[in-house]
Design a protein around this ligand. Structure first.
Ligand SMILES: *Cc1c(COP(=O)(O)O)cnc(C)c1O
Length: 358
């Protein structure tokens, strides 16, 4: 490279250069280690889903249906919403980015809870908007008053995460309604329900009940409960006009043919998959109870994970890693442990029992 070339700079936007790229959960480093760091579904794919994916290989040379029509029809029928209210992306993280791209311009503000999903600040910066993080309360729950108080005339959207990743609690439905009613007219309310299938709290927020309001978008995914994280299928449910705008900014053909087929096959297996989800919920509750019995503080766990708040998160994560358990370190706030198969969960409880907590 010439000296002149070395002196030139790639004109990366400073707010992007300042951000770290999304950090995936740590992978197992030792034989027999278990990855409990990415909230993945611990079960292997069902045979019918494998078959559907294999059969789709005949169509590898053609582009997918960019609107995912068959999937939209099936999913819409199951959810009880018209297919024109659905928009798809390569995971619901992508759908979030496209929703924000459809509504935000540089200088707009997007309010989001913190600590929450790590992709939120990235998704807000992508269209040039400014993230406005609002602290959770001491129990790891959304602070509705603080979210409302953060609204300014530049606010374009408010994100909520229910159950909240990584802390675990849901918003109650009353809290969601209070937030919706308190938002001024042009502000979009994005309800991230990535873990909704794992929720057991009877008073939990139901984003779909708010869809009469065209300012509301619900985000869901096939990655967690449905076991398709590797295939990247997420969706938004919203007003038809917004769904259309989201499709406009979504790169064409974002959901690949095998992914669409896998999601369709998963919907056809919903009873078997939801039985697995019920087993994961029971295991999550077992782990949370055992950790509380050991004296840990564990906020209400409504996803497929438990949150252990600690200022010693890196040391705690290392302790679990030493026991072959890869957990997620969210320094300096705590660690998140995904619910795995029962044997892995037994190991989590055993390792927690030998953790020096100071
Ligand atoms: C996992 C997750 C998602 C969805 O991820 P995709 O795999 O992109 O669908 C969305 N929101 C939260 C809070 C998550 O934890």
């Amino acid at each position: 490279m010439s000296d002149a070339g070395a002196a030139r700079r790639v004109p990366i936007r400073p707010e992007i250069a300042a951000l770290a790229a999304y950090r995936p959960g740590g992978a197992p480093t030792a034989p027999g280690a278990v990855k409990l760091s990415s909230n993945e579904n611990p079960y292997p794919p069902l045979p019918s889903i494998r078959r559907a994916v294999a059969a789709s290989a005949d169509r590898l040379g053609i582009y997918p249906d960019t609107r995912a029509t068959a999937l939209a029809d099936e999913l819409g029928a199951w959810l009880g919403v018209p297919a024109d209210r659905l928009c798809f992306g390569a995971g619901s993280v992508s759908v979030l980015m496209h929703v924000l791209a459809a509504v935000c311009a540089p200088g707009d503000e997007v309010i989001h809870p913190w600590r929450s999903f790590e992709a939120y600040p990235l998704a807000v910066h992508t269209p040039g908007a400014t993230p406005v993080p609002v602290a959770l309360d001491a129990d790891g729950r959304h602070d509705i008053d603080a979210l409302l108080a953060a609204v300014t005339d530049r606010t374009r959207a408010v994100l909520v995460c229910t159950p909240n990743n990584p802390t675990g609690p849901v918003l109650t439905h009353d809290e969601l309604l209070r937030l919706q009613r308190g938002l001024p007219e042009p502000v979009l309310l994005v309800v991230d329900e990535a873990y909704v299938e794992f929720v057991t709290a009877p008073d939990a927020a139901r984003g779909l009940d708010l869809l009469d309001d065209p300012r509301v978008v619900v985000l869901r995914t096939f990655s967690k409960a449905w076991g398709l994280a590797g295939f990247r299928v997420g969706y938004g449910i919203c007003a038809p006009e917004l769904a259309q705008a989201v499709r406009t900014v979504t790169p064409p053909f974002s959901v690949a043919i095998p992914a669409q087929e896998a999601a369709l096959a998963a919907l056809a297996e919903r009873d078997a998959l939801m039985a697995r989800v019920a087993a994961i919920r029971a295991e999550r509750d077992r782990v949370a109870t055992a950790l509380r019995d050991l004296g840990f503080t564990v906020p209400d766990a409504q996803g497929n994970f438990v949150w252990l708040p600690t200022g010693q998160s890196t040391r705690w994560a290392r302790h679990f890693a030493d026991h072959g358990l890869m957990v997620r370190d969210y320094a300096p706030d705590g660690i998140r442990i995904t619910t795995g198969m029962p044997g892995a969960n037994d190991r989590v409880i055993a390792a927690a029992g030998t953790l020096a907590r100071d």
